[in-house]
Structure formats: C-alpha cells, structure tokens
Design a protein around this ligand. Structure first.
Ligand SMILES: NC(=O)c1ccc[n+]([C@@H]2O[C@H](COP(=O)([O-])OP(=O)(O)OC[C@H]3O[C@@H](n4cnc5c(N)ncnc54)[C@H](OP(=O)(O)O)[C@@H]3O)[C@@H](O)[C@H]2O)c1
Length: 289
C-alpha cells in the first residue's frame, strides 16, 4: 500500500521560478502546508536563467504546473506572457503568483494583501495614519496601492527620486490621497520620520548578508512609531532591533511572506493552509542557516 504522502503519477506540481532561487523559503512553507493537509501536491523551485523566461512559461503549460510563484527578477517581465491579470495587479505592475487552468495563465499580486494581513494580524491599524515608505520597487508598489485606500498621507522616499515620483503620481490618480515623493537623504529621513506614525522599509537594506546596516539612522526613530520592515532574512533586522530599543511597535517581514504564500496556496488548492505551521518551519530554517 502506497503512503498517502508519496509522490505518484497523479501528484500535482506547484513551483517557484526566479534567478537565483536558492534563498527562497517558499518550498519549505508550501510543502509544510501540503503535508499537513495530506494533499497530493508537490512544490518545487526552479532556477531560470533570465533569457529563458519565455521558454519557462511554455514549460509551465507543457508540464501542466498548476500553481507558480514568481520572484526576482521576473515579477514584472512575466506579465506579458500571461492571459489575464487582475486590475489591481496590473496597476501594481508585479505578479508574484500564477494559476494555470489548462494552459490559461492568470496572474496575481498576493504580496500586497499579504503585507496588509500581516499588519492587521499584528493589531496595527493604518486607517488615517501618516506613512513614510522607504523604496519604490516591487514591494513598495504593492504596499502603496493597498495602503492608498486607507491612510491619511503617504510619503515615498527612494534612492532614485524619479521612481518615487512616478509611483506617487500613479497613487494620486488611483486614490486621490495626499502623496509626496522625495529623494532619500538623511535630512529627508529626519524630517519625515518626525511626522510619521508608521515607517515601512521596502528596500533590501539590512537584508542578509548586510545585516549590520539599517535604511534609517536609529536617532530618527521615536517611541510613537510603528516600524515595519518587509525584509525577513534576518528575522530581526538592524532596523527592527533599533526600533524595539527606542520603544517603537515593530513588525518584521516574515508574516508578509507567510501570508502572501498562504493566499496563493488557497487560490491554487482551495484549501486553507496552516499559517502558524508555515511560519514555524521558516523560523526553524532561518534560525539554522
Ligand atoms: N516579506 C515578504 O514577503 C517580501 C515580499 C517582497 C519583497 N520583500 C523584500 O523587500 C525588499 C525589496 O524587494 P523588491 O522586490 O521591492 O525589490 P526591487 O523591486 O528591486 O526594489 C528595491 C528598492 O530598494 C531600493 N534600494 C535598493 N538598494 C538600496 C540601497 N542600498 N539604499 C537605498 N535604497 C535601495 C531601490 O531603490 P532604487 O529605485 O534607487 O533602485 C528600490 O526602491 C527585498 O529585501 C525583498 O526580499 C519581502
């Protein structure tokens, strides 16, 4: 008799594509959820050389891979190969999850809702708040659109000012909220952090292996702030450690990671995964690495 969790010729395949891919926590999270629910699925990771993206999309259809996560550097580039993309994902301009229905590929951004769920689950309300957002890349775009529906004011500060301006103009058109764009500098960070209720880091500054740097000097943080860092490796970044020492409320990137994964998993399998278990497995893994 074959074990229920054994891979067979019926097993459905889920995967993540990216380049590089070895750092990804998605196989650990998703295979944990699959095993716990005893589903006949397996989740794999594929390192796709960037010039092979089009071939990879053909491969997804040929091999009938039914659910796909997309990570750096393909979140934007893959959009042109998809048959359907929901309107908010089109605006965000980045797809991180795809569903394959007999060769018809639909793209979604679950990072945005994953980030919002993480904030809400932590008990942090964003409605009517003044938010200082660091970064204007994929994660920052997802956060901007999802927050634009609720916050009072959004200040987007980015190393490349042009990108911040482009995003702020798009958000203004989308929601009509008060949005400003500024070039990142110590003076700007000092002034804007005084006026902010929430600071969100959506840059990779502080990410492994550069764990001893923070996107904002410690002295600009104050105890009335909520500080949210979307970086999840390390689990506690320098920014989060500094903020906790200053008495701020804090949130790291792990819960966004788990929630964006759980949203995709449910979309593909119609089953709710155990997010506490997924979270625990990632902590075990990152703690060891
Ligand atoms: N927790 C989660 O589930 C989750 C999900 C998605 C992403 N993330 C994390 O979020 C971070 C950003 O990812 P992304 O996909 O948004 O990347 P991205 O699209 O490449 O954007 C990176 C952003 O960070 C800025 N930046 C990069 N290096 C910088 C530096 N040294 N100093 C100041 N700014 C810098 C870039 O500014 P320029 O415009 O000037 O280049 C850009 O705004 C990564 O660490 C990623 O792992 C976490």
């Amino acid at each position: 008799m074959i074990d229920k969790d054994f891979v067979t010729a019926h097993t459905k395949v889920l995967c993540i594509i990216g380049y590089p891919i070895e750092h990804s926590m998605s196989p650990i999270m998703h295979n944990t959820a699959i095993r716990e629910l005893h589903l006949d699925y397996i989740y794999l990771a594929f390192n796709i050389f960037p010039s092979n993206l089009k071939l990879a999309v053909k491969g997804i259809k040929t091999f009938n891979i039914i659910g796909i996560n997309v990570t750096i550097p393909f979140k934007q580039k893959i959009m042109k190969y998809l048959d359907e993309i929901d309107p908010i994902t089109k605006k965000i301009g980045a797809v991180n999850a795809i569903k394959n229905d007999k060769g018809y590929l639909t793209g979604k951004n679950t990072d945005a809702e994953g980030a919002m769920r993480a904030l809400l689950n932590a008990g942090y309300k964003i409605s009517g708040k003044n938010v200082l957002l660091l970064g204007a890349g994929g994660a920052a775009r997802a956060l901007s659109y999802i927050m634009a529906e609720q916050v009072n004011k959004l200040v987007i500060v980015n190393r490349t000012e042009k990108r911040a301006l482009k995003l702020s103009n798009q958000i203004k058109k989308y929601s009509g909220i008060n949005v400003e764009a500024k070039q990142m500098s110590n003076n700007v960070l000092k002034d804007e952090s005084k006026k902010a209720d929430i600071i969100i880091n959506a840059t990779p500054v502080g990410m492994y292996p550069n764990v001893n740097i923070s996107p904002i000097p410690e002295e600009f943080l104050h105890e009335d702030l909520i500080v949210y860092d979307v970086v999840y490796n390390p689990l506690k970044t320098k920014l989060i450690t500094d903020a906790a020492q200053k008495g701020c409320k804090t949130l790291g990137g792990l819960d966004m990671l788990v929630n964006q994964g759980a949203l995709a998993f449910e979309w593909w399998t119609n089953k709710k995964p155990n997010t506490s278990l997924m979270r625990k497995k990632v902590i075990e893994f990152l703690g060891e690495s």
